[in-house]
Design a protein around this ligand. Sequence first.
Ligand code: FRU
Length: 551
Amino acid sequence: MNRKFFLLTLLLVFCSREAGAQGLAVERLADDNCIIRVSADVTEKYLLLPVEERAPEANIRVAAEGVQQRIIHVRLALNKVDYYVPLLLDEWRGRNLALWTHVNIDRSNRGGVAGEVFLKEIRLADSFDTTNRERYRPVFHHTPLYGWMNDPNGMFYEDGTWHLFYQYNPYGSMWGNMNWGHSTSTDLVHWRHEAVAIAPDAHGAIFSGSCVVDKEGTAGFGRGAVVALYTAADAVQSQCLAYSTDGGRTFQKYVGNPILTADVADFRDPNMFWNEETGAWNLILAAGQEMRIYSSPDLKSWTEESRFGMGLGCHGGVWECPDLMKVQVEGSKESKWVLLCNINPGGPFGGSATQYFVGDFDGHTFTVDDVARYEGGKALWMDYGKDHYATVSWSNAPEGRRTVMAWMSNWEYANDVPTQQFRSANSIARDVFLYRVGKECYLGSRPAKEYDGKGLDKTYRVNGSTAITLTNPEGDEFRISYDQKAMTLTCDRTKCGDTSFSQSFPAVTVAPVHRKLTSLRVFVDECSVEVFGNNGEVVLTNLVFPKSKLK
Ligand code: FRU
């Protein structure tokens, strides 16, 4: 046990009340079940649940005086406590709680729930210590305060604030219990952790989706309401609406949910936007190996317009998290529509990645400019690193910008990376742009200007083939190399610290370069290296776990 964790545990022991203390009781029941009771008169803020990360998930059905409140899945500690997760008791103040708990382990030769560590270590407490205890916690990238994060969701900008919602597990640092977590920032560097915005209900877990600011109040929730559309995931996936009348701080779920269903298993990640050209709302979502496009006057009733994707681009996995946006071609008055399509697996170096299509959209149908670029499984990738997924854009970004953010991980090993208090960070925010080389149009992504002049990056002048090695006193090496003859930009993390947690982690990732590089801009944080050739024409985002910070 490290010193910090030891002190934390000591603190917990003194400031909390464990099972058997008044107000908290655990009783063994038959067949791997137990009941955890919290009595109506407890005053503590939290029930702290002890987690052992590699234990199987226990199912906990929370009932308040006989009425079911929620079901959560927690890796309750069987042999040792890795960390605690808090269950906030505020909403049930003054009511008796029963947590019906089923531990999923094979104990055919051990009898029922008996000596498991969680029985002894579960406790009531007034505080939950979120002081960082992770060596690999990034400094200028967004991370959840604790728990697991994947895709960015529902991002919107308003009144100087960047809202970032995200796929969040508040009850452990591995995927599960999907909620929409919420953070806000005014500079894209410092993030404030807000309360969970949308929690699961009887329709299912809260999967990815989007938000818009409904300036005219078309949905009937008032002018300026923030409207969220997300996937409710249970046995099937359906689309549900929620709205906020306090600028995105709290959300109410729409009474008519679900608002959009279909006869297809993978049906998710709705992304809506206001289409100025047609004066209507559009929605794009992933349905198996295709995207479906809809339109609506009021964000509630959606009409299917068209489908996109069969036979085009990479189909090595499920299509997820689409986005559709109009982007200007730099140095011209021309604009094109870009369709972002996240895919997992099937990425150029295994696992998850973001492909894109360039074309036109008339409010009904999206058509690519040049079919040949996407035929026979060919794809254009937005980022050629291994850790750039679920990229979507901010709605209502200032100055007409198209600002995007990715989840900086890969489903191949996201649950196994060597952190514990939290798992996963976002990429830095980037503004996308199109640039032409000959007749081909490519998507670039440039670090948002909010990062300029803050000493977060280093720019290297490039004149012909170049190699840069980022290193530390322990000898870890991250190699960036530009080969002007082959026109490739490569990142090699195979000799860079801990790569042992997954066979898929050590990697050499290679990007095609479309016009000669004159600069490399590199952002290094505690566990990531983001490389921007020509300030965003070619980008590689990779995680790293070196023994100390790379320089
Ligand atoms: C992408 C994804 C989405 C889904 C979410 C669930 O990473 O699989 O398609 O909505 O994660 O957490």
